[in-house]
Write a protein that binds this ligand. Structure first.
Ligand SMILES: Cc1cc2nc3c(=O)[nH]c(=O)nc-3n(C[C@H](O)[C@H](O)[C@H](O)COP(=O)(O)OP(=O)(O)OC[C@H]3O[C@@H](n4cnc5c(N)ncnc54)[C@H](O)[C@@H]3O)c2cc1C
Length: 383
């Protein structure tokens, strides 16, 4: 049992946690800095796990996020451990390995975890999910000796994984309760385009389907034939990893840690950033929940700067991300909390843009394919 005093303690080794320690040092933050991460792997790039890494076009070495010697240069101590308790009154955390730390400033950057499909068999160990490097390696290994795979879910990760697995030569069936992939989030026209791409890549899509159970390799559907596959992958959304924050009594909104634009939580000395937060964005004029790589990195940077004493570090960037389905890149810039109307604009060839408007006609986001000028325009309209 150890008990140490640290100036900055960051929980989580994803983009939010890593950028927090980097920004803290860049702003001249002093003293002992500790980063505790439950992931046994050193920080890595998560987006390729459903794209080039899954397809075998990128190796594990390509994913590393740390430069050689970076942590020692930043004087950051890295601990592979899981924080199990946070006491905000005592400014103390305890870990699974029995370590204890008293902090001056704490950053919670615990991210999110994939949800199990809430049906019998949905949380069986044989049903795979995709969040970590270990998950992606396990999926690669499982499909190495497989012929067929069922992907349940049609969010970005489900669509990316389905097209990547198809590239590996597997027979892929993708099952979704939507009428077209991502229709609810992106609109009917975008959903139809994505469906066309997946089908052109050879993915068999089953839409409007309700999965009632997963039994071994059999996916049972309410109306329709069961699907049997060698490997079953579910990609049905994530839940924020906010249990520590909830137990510590921090304010939450729909399971996410509420932070202001400086990433300050409801507790003194406690900041939070990334997928786990519901954060105030000054350009939007309201709080947002986003699950995007660059936004996690941006929020982590703001948390690190705030921890170092910068008082004007604020989240003001419009959120956005890119997604790769086969060889196609979709780019999305949006507040992400809904729209009243989706307006499809065809470009040259296959290019398109979907503009999202609120009830007053103002642009609240855009989805683009081969229309970078509109992606840039969306950022300037939102920002
Ligand atoms: C397969 C896949 C593909 C993706 N593709 C894209 C993409 O193309 N574009 C995009 O914008 N986004 C993408 N994302 C989403 C993006 O990866 C996340 O938005 C981003 O990783 C969030 O960063 P974060 O630092 O908040 O959390 P995470 O990256 O989830 O990191 C959280 C860290 O906290 C650690 N942790 C959690 N609890 C504890 C604890 N109690 N103690 C210690 N450590 C703990 C975890 O081990 C982990 O290291 C993808 C995600 C996945 C899974």
């Amino acid at each position: 049992m150890t008990d140490e005093v640290v100036d900055l303690l960051v929980i989580g080794g994803g983009p939010a946690g890593l950028s927090a320690v980097r920004a803290y040092r860049e702003e001249g933050g002093k003293g002992r800095v500790m980063l505790v991460s439950a992931d046994p792997d050193s920080p890595y790039d998560r987006p390729p796990l459903s794209k080039d890494f899954l397809r075998g076009d990128a190796s594990e070495d390509d994913l590393g996020l740390l430069e050689d010697g970076e942590l020692s240069r930043l004087e950051v101590t890295w601990a592979r451990d899981r924080v199990t308790a946070v006491d905000v009154a005592a400014r103390h955390v305890g870990t699974r390995e029995g370590a204890g730390f008293t902090y001056r400033t704490l950053v919670l950057a615990t991210g999110a975890n994939p949800l199990p499909l809430p049906v019998p068999g949905g949380d069986d160990a044989s049903v795979l999910r995709l969040r970590t490097l270990a998950d992606s390696k396990r999926l690669r290994e499982a499909v190495g000796s497989a012929r067929t795979v069922a992907v349940i879910g049609s969010g970005f990760i489900g669509c990316e994984a389905a097209s990547s697995l198809r590239r590996l030569g597997l027979e892929v069936v993708q099952i979704t309760n939507e009428d077209a992939p991502q229709e609810k989030r992106l609109g009917a026209e975008a959903g139809a385009r994505i469906a066309g791409w997946l089908e052109a890549d050879g993915v068999r899509l089953i839409t409007g389907a309700t999965v009632t159970a997963i039994e071994g390799g059999t996916v049972r559907l309410r109306d329709g034939d069961d699907v049997t596959a060698d490997v079953v992958l579910t990609a049905v959304g994530v839940q924020p990893a906010s249990q520590l924050a909830a137990e510590a009594g921090l304010s939450l909104h729909e399971g996410r840690v509420v932070v202001d634009a400086h990433m300050r939580t409801s507790a003194d000395g406690v900041l939070a950033a990334g997928d786990v937060v519901h954060a105030f964005n000054t350009a939007a004029g309201r709080a947002l929940s986003v699950e995007h790589w660059f936004d996690a990195e941006t929020m982590g940077k703001i948390a690190g700067r705030t921890a170092a004493g910068v008082d004007d570090a604020e989240w003001s960037d419009p959120p956005g991300f890119w997604s790769q389905i086969g060889d196609r890149w979709l780019k999305y810039a949006a507040w992400g909390d809904g729209y009243a109307q989706a307006r499809f604009e065809a470009g040259a060839g296959d290019a398109f843009t979907v503009w999202y408007h609120d009830e007053n006609g103002a642009v609240v986001g855009a989805l683009t394919y081969e229309a970078d000028e509109n992606y840039d325009k969306a950022f300037s309209l939102l920002g």
